[in-house]
Ligand binder design. Sequence first.
Ligand code: AR6
Length: 516
Amino acid sequence: KKREDVPSSCCLLKDMKRIPQCDNTLGPLDFSKMHTVLVDVDVFNCGAGPIPQDGRDMWHNDFVKMPFSLSSYMKTGYKKQTNTVRWEVIYKQLRSLSKKTTASVKDLEDAIIKYNPKYQGQWSFDALSSLVKADPNGSNYSPKLFQKIAELALRLPELMKKAVPLLKRGHPAAITLSQTQIACLLANAFFCTYPHRNFSGPKAEYHNYPSINFTSLFGNASSRKKQKLRAIMHYFQEVTAKKLTGLVTFERRCFKDTDLPNWRSSNKKMHKLHVASYGTIENEGKGMLQVDFASSWIGGGVLGSGLVQEEILFIINPELIVSRLFTEKLGDKECLIVTGSQQFSNYSGFGDTFEWKDPHEERLNRDEWARLQRQIVAIDALHFKHRSEQYNMNHVTRELNKAYCGFKGHQSNEPDIATGNWGCGAFNGDKQLKAVIQLMAAAQAKRGLAFFTFEDESLKQGLQQTYHLLVTERTTVDKLYSLLQNYCATQQAYGSAHVDLFEFIRINFSPSKSLL
Ligand code: AR6
């Protein structure tokens, strides 16, 4: 048989279920104890668009500490130091910057340092300067851009009247806000205005949260930084020039032990699978639940030098970056689902070859809550320093549970899932093992998988054959689980001599006739 003729139980890409086909009615937009809505729901439900919900500032451990809070002070003055409300300083700086006919990177730096004086001489802006200087046309920077971002940042007190809750570990909760509110929050991140967010280390108040102020994106010039900044500049060009109409929801899902399957005794069979070596999660997986190969610190190195799957996703959909403001580090049984974020940029390459290509024309429809029909789930795989660490059932079970948290839907009619080599790049996972783990989690969650191998042709063939065998043999999840126990034991026994998991499955599960 030719390789292409391998028997396959897989389905075609066109047979995968996408959001528009799911048609789950949402009903009117509503808030609850678990769902904070930062726009006025009555006005929104009347069709008058998103306007900010009234409320008051909360300088409290359960909420984002806003730079305009009257409780946020800083010391000003030289000889005689006085306490000044932080926003007064920020306002003065950003207002005068926004009025300038030309604003340079140095002007931006001077403004930022005025309300972050501790970092004078420490924060570098060389990546931003080299972008603006070296390539004024191709950089997506335009002479008035910094002024426009400053104006947008200054609207924070007017746009964010209601306090933003933190999505804390162990507490399932959701936040819905408008794209305009997100743009304003990100403009503040760009100008590094968030208080208490520049320190790291175990004693820092936000030590369990990702960074949000953009300072780390501005220094350490490199070609990666340049490409990332081009995308960010393009985002700000767009959001300061065009009216944004949509909403976006960020939902933290947390599972209790009792919500998790008993993998040892699950009789679920394989669900639908499509495998392709061509295509990407974000393009060919449009309309499906798209997996973000995440860091437990959501967004990973997006504000630093990282530029693999998660960082690229966040750079082309910058609204995702705002999740770093309020999402505590993910625990083992948690995920974050983002519904409605907009893609602003197209790209080519990956890692060092990544390049910002051109503006993305968004063609997705919106749901009843004006959210674009794009749903992304962030699940963080384990990071294995040594590949051999992963052949251990505690780790395998952790990964099964994590994938299940991401895959298990809320409703009966949910889209299929677009995924691929989750945990198998920066995190060093075994592609075959991770593929089988995701197959088991999808079977348990009863959702189809579109699996993009990212040009790995042999993984594609192997996965198709393995899946065909599992389907024809009616293999259940518990059988696969106990096979993985044997597999891990074999791996440990063999030490460095690697045993191929697909081969191991073939030997163990093939019908006896084919073994003769
Ligand atoms: N579509 C499909 N497959 C892809 C795509 C794509 N768009 N991009 C990459 N791949 P990696 P990890 C494949 O290393 O190992 C970040 O810093 C490609 O084969 O991004 O889970 C996070 O913040 C690639 O090698 O994911 C975490 O800290 C493989 O997916 C950390 O990396 C894995 O991509 C997560 O690392």
